[in-house]
Design a protein around this ligand. Structure first.
Ligand SMILES: C[S@@+](CC[C@H](N)C(=O)[O-])C[C@H]1O[C@@H](n2cnc3c(N)ncnc32)[C@H](O)[C@@H]1O
Length: 177
Protein backbone atom coordinates (compact mmCIF):
# COMPACT_ATOMS: atom_id res chain seq x y z
CA UNK A 1 0.00 0.00 0.00
CA UNK A 2 2.73 2.47 0.95
CA UNK A 3 4.70 1.48 -2.18
CA UNK A 4 1.64 2.22 -4.29
CA UNK A 5 1.05 5.60 -2.71
CA UNK A 6 4.45 7.20 -3.02
CA UNK A 7 6.68 4.79 -4.89
CA UNK A 8 9.09 4.01 -2.11
CA UNK A 9 8.65 3.42 1.58
CA UNK A 10 12.15 4.66 2.34
CA UNK A 11 12.68 8.35 3.07
CA UNK A 12 14.84 10.32 0.66
CA UNK A 13 18.52 10.05 1.60
CA UNK A 14 19.04 13.71 0.76
CA UNK A 15 16.16 14.77 3.02
CA UNK A 16 17.47 12.56 5.81
CA UNK A 17 20.89 14.17 5.48
CA UNK A 18 19.47 17.70 5.61
CA UNK A 19 17.35 16.94 8.66
CA UNK A 20 20.36 15.47 10.43
CA UNK A 21 22.36 18.61 9.70
CA UNK A 22 19.95 20.86 11.63
CA UNK A 23 21.44 21.65 15.01
CA UNK A 24 18.88 24.27 16.06
CA UNK A 25 15.70 23.42 17.97
CA UNK A 26 12.81 22.89 15.58
CA UNK A 27 9.46 22.79 17.32
CA UNK A 28 6.92 22.67 14.53
CA UNK A 29 7.07 21.14 11.06
CA UNK A 30 4.72 20.49 8.19
CA UNK A 31 5.01 17.81 5.52
CA UNK A 32 3.28 19.15 2.40
CA UNK A 33 1.46 16.53 0.30
CA UNK A 34 2.75 13.98 2.77
CA UNK A 35 1.56 10.78 1.14
CA UNK A 36 1.72 8.02 3.74
CA UNK A 37 4.18 10.06 5.78
CA UNK A 38 7.59 8.55 5.14
CA UNK A 39 9.08 11.98 5.93
CA UNK A 40 6.50 13.05 8.52
CA UNK A 41 7.67 10.22 10.74
CA UNK A 42 11.29 11.31 10.34
CA UNK A 43 10.24 14.84 11.24
CA UNK A 44 8.58 13.62 14.40
CA UNK A 45 12.01 12.45 15.64
CA UNK A 46 13.22 16.06 15.38
CA UNK A 47 10.16 18.20 16.18
CA UNK A 48 7.60 18.18 18.95
CA UNK A 49 4.73 19.09 16.63
CA UNK A 50 4.40 17.63 13.14
CA UNK A 51 1.52 18.20 10.74
CA UNK A 52 1.09 16.13 7.60
CA UNK A 53 -1.18 17.51 4.88
CA UNK A 54 -2.56 15.61 1.93
CA UNK A 55 -5.79 15.69 -0.02
CA UNK A 56 -6.22 11.92 0.10
CA UNK A 57 -8.41 11.06 3.12
CA UNK A 58 -7.46 7.37 2.95
CA UNK A 59 -3.99 8.28 4.18
CA UNK A 60 -5.21 9.17 7.67
CA UNK A 61 -4.85 5.53 8.74
CA UNK A 62 -1.08 5.74 8.27
CA UNK A 63 -0.91 8.35 11.02
CA UNK A 64 -2.95 6.51 13.62
CA UNK A 65 -0.85 5.71 16.70
CA UNK A 66 1.77 8.30 15.72
CA UNK A 67 2.36 11.79 17.09
CA UNK A 68 1.79 13.28 13.63
CA UNK A 69 -1.40 15.25 13.08
CA UNK A 70 -2.87 14.48 9.66
CA UNK A 71 -4.93 17.17 7.91
CA UNK A 72 -6.88 16.25 4.82
CA UNK A 73 -6.69 19.43 2.72
CA UNK A 74 -6.67 20.34 -0.93
CA UNK A 75 -3.62 22.54 -1.45
CA UNK A 76 -4.65 23.47 -4.97
CA UNK A 77 -7.88 25.27 -4.27
CA UNK A 78 -8.11 28.99 -4.83
CA UNK A 79 -8.66 29.71 -1.14
CA UNK A 80 -5.37 28.71 0.44
CA UNK A 81 -6.36 26.53 3.40
CA UNK A 82 -3.25 27.27 5.52
CA UNK A 83 -3.55 31.04 5.60
CA UNK A 84 -1.94 32.50 8.72
CA UNK A 85 -0.01 29.35 9.65
CA UNK A 86 3.76 29.24 10.00
CA UNK A 87 6.14 26.43 10.92
CA UNK A 88 9.78 26.12 11.92
CA UNK A 89 10.31 23.65 9.11
CA UNK A 90 8.45 23.09 5.86
CA UNK A 91 9.17 19.96 3.89
CA UNK A 92 8.00 19.17 0.37
CA UNK A 93 8.86 15.96 -1.40
CA UNK A 94 7.68 14.88 -4.83
CA UNK A 95 5.01 17.52 -5.16
CA UNK A 96 4.73 20.68 -7.23
CA UNK A 97 1.79 22.96 -7.82
CA UNK A 98 3.33 26.12 -9.24
CA UNK A 99 0.41 28.51 -8.60
CA UNK A 100 0.78 27.95 -4.82
CA UNK A 101 4.56 27.59 -4.59
CA UNK A 102 5.01 31.00 -2.95
CA UNK A 103 2.24 30.20 -0.48
CA UNK A 104 4.18 27.13 0.60
CA UNK A 105 7.31 29.24 1.14
CA UNK A 106 5.22 31.67 3.20
CA UNK A 107 4.56 28.83 5.65
CA UNK A 108 8.20 29.03 6.74
CA UNK A 109 8.33 31.18 9.89
CA UNK A 110 11.19 33.47 11.00
CA UNK A 111 14.54 31.63 10.95
CA UNK A 112 12.66 28.55 9.75
CA UNK A 113 13.88 25.90 7.34
CA UNK A 114 12.68 24.89 3.89
CA UNK A 115 13.49 21.47 2.50
CA UNK A 116 12.22 20.92 -1.02
CA UNK A 117 12.91 18.01 -3.33
CA UNK A 118 11.00 16.99 -6.40
CA UNK A 119 11.35 15.98 -10.03
CA UNK A 120 12.84 18.31 -12.61
CA UNK A 121 12.65 19.01 -16.31
CA UNK A 122 14.35 16.15 -18.13
CA UNK A 123 12.66 13.54 -15.97
CA UNK A 124 10.31 12.83 -18.89
CA UNK A 125 13.22 10.90 -20.45
CA UNK A 126 13.05 8.39 -17.61
CA UNK A 127 9.35 8.12 -16.85
CA UNK A 128 6.74 9.86 -14.74
CA UNK A 129 6.16 12.58 -13.85
CA UNK A 130 6.60 13.85 -17.39
CA UNK A 131 4.06 16.67 -17.43
CA UNK A 132 6.02 19.96 -17.38
CA UNK A 133 3.55 21.32 -14.82
CA UNK A 134 4.95 18.80 -12.34
CA UNK A 135 8.63 19.34 -13.18
CA UNK A 136 10.88 22.00 -11.67
CA UNK A 137 12.96 24.08 -14.02
CA UNK A 138 16.67 24.54 -13.29
CA UNK A 139 17.13 27.19 -10.55
CA UNK A 140 13.37 27.65 -10.26
CA UNK A 141 13.41 27.07 -6.51
CA UNK A 142 16.31 29.50 -5.99
CA UNK A 143 14.65 32.14 -8.14
CA UNK A 144 11.31 31.67 -6.40
CA UNK A 145 12.62 32.01 -2.84
CA UNK A 146 14.57 35.12 -3.85
CA UNK A 147 16.58 36.77 -1.10
CA UNK A 148 14.19 35.72 1.67
CA UNK A 149 16.17 32.54 2.20
CA UNK A 150 19.79 31.71 2.80
CA UNK A 151 20.43 28.77 0.50
CA UNK A 152 22.45 26.12 2.29
CA UNK A 153 22.27 23.41 -0.35
CA UNK A 154 20.80 23.03 -3.80
CA UNK A 155 20.98 20.65 -6.69
CA UNK A 156 19.45 20.19 -10.09
CA UNK A 157 20.32 17.22 -12.24
CA UNK A 158 20.19 13.54 -12.92
CA UNK A 159 20.49 11.00 -10.14
CA UNK A 160 20.82 7.22 -10.39
CA UNK A 161 19.35 6.13 -7.05
CA UNK A 162 16.74 5.20 -5.88
CA UNK A 163 15.73 5.43 -9.52
CA UNK A 164 17.21 7.18 -12.53
CA UNK A 165 15.49 10.55 -12.57
CA UNK A 166 16.03 14.29 -12.67
CA UNK A 167 15.68 16.04 -9.33
CA UNK A 168 15.58 19.59 -8.08
CA UNK A 169 16.51 20.24 -4.45
CA UNK A 170 16.77 23.22 -2.16
CA UNK A 171 17.62 23.46 1.53
CA UNK A 172 17.29 26.98 2.86
CA UNK A 173 16.71 29.05 5.97
CA UNK A 174 14.53 32.10 6.14
CA UNK A 175 16.53 35.25 6.67
CA UNK A 176 14.07 37.82 5.36
CA UNK A 177 10.51 38.72 6.33
C1 LIG B 1 4.08 11.59 -5.33
S1 LIG B 1 3.16 11.68 -3.85
C2 LIG B 1 4.42 12.26 -2.70
C3 LIG B 1 4.11 11.86 -1.27
C4 LIG B 1 5.17 12.25 -0.25
N1 LIG B 1 5.44 13.67 -0.23
C5 LIG B 1 6.45 11.48 -0.48
O1 LIG B 1 7.42 12.03 -1.00
O2 LIG B 1 6.44 10.30 -0.15
C6 LIG B 1 2.20 13.16 -4.10
C7 LIG B 1 1.18 13.39 -3.01
O3 LIG B 1 0.57 14.65 -3.27
C8 LIG B 1 -0.77 14.56 -2.86
N2 LIG B 1 -1.54 15.62 -3.52
C9 LIG B 1 -1.78 15.75 -4.85
N3 LIG B 1 -2.53 16.80 -5.07
C10 LIG B 1 -2.79 17.38 -3.87
C11 LIG B 1 -3.55 18.50 -3.46
N4 LIG B 1 -4.24 19.23 -4.33
N5 LIG B 1 -3.60 18.82 -2.14
C12 LIG B 1 -2.94 18.06 -1.24
N6 LIG B 1 -2.21 16.97 -1.57
C13 LIG B 1 -2.14 16.63 -2.87
C14 LIG B 1 -1.19 13.17 -3.29
O4 LIG B 1 -2.35 12.74 -2.62
C15 LIG B 1 0.06 12.35 -2.96
O5 LIG B 1 -0.01 11.79 -1.66
Amino acid sequence: MIEKIHGSSDPSEWIKEKLQSIIYPVKSAIDIASGAGRHSLLLSELCSSVTAVDRNPDLSSFFENTSVEFLCLDLEQEDWPLVGYTFDLVLVSNYLYRPNLRKIFDLVGPDGFLIYETFGVGNELFGKPSNPNFLLRPSELRDSVGDEFLIMDEFFGEIAEPQRSVRGRLFGRRVGP
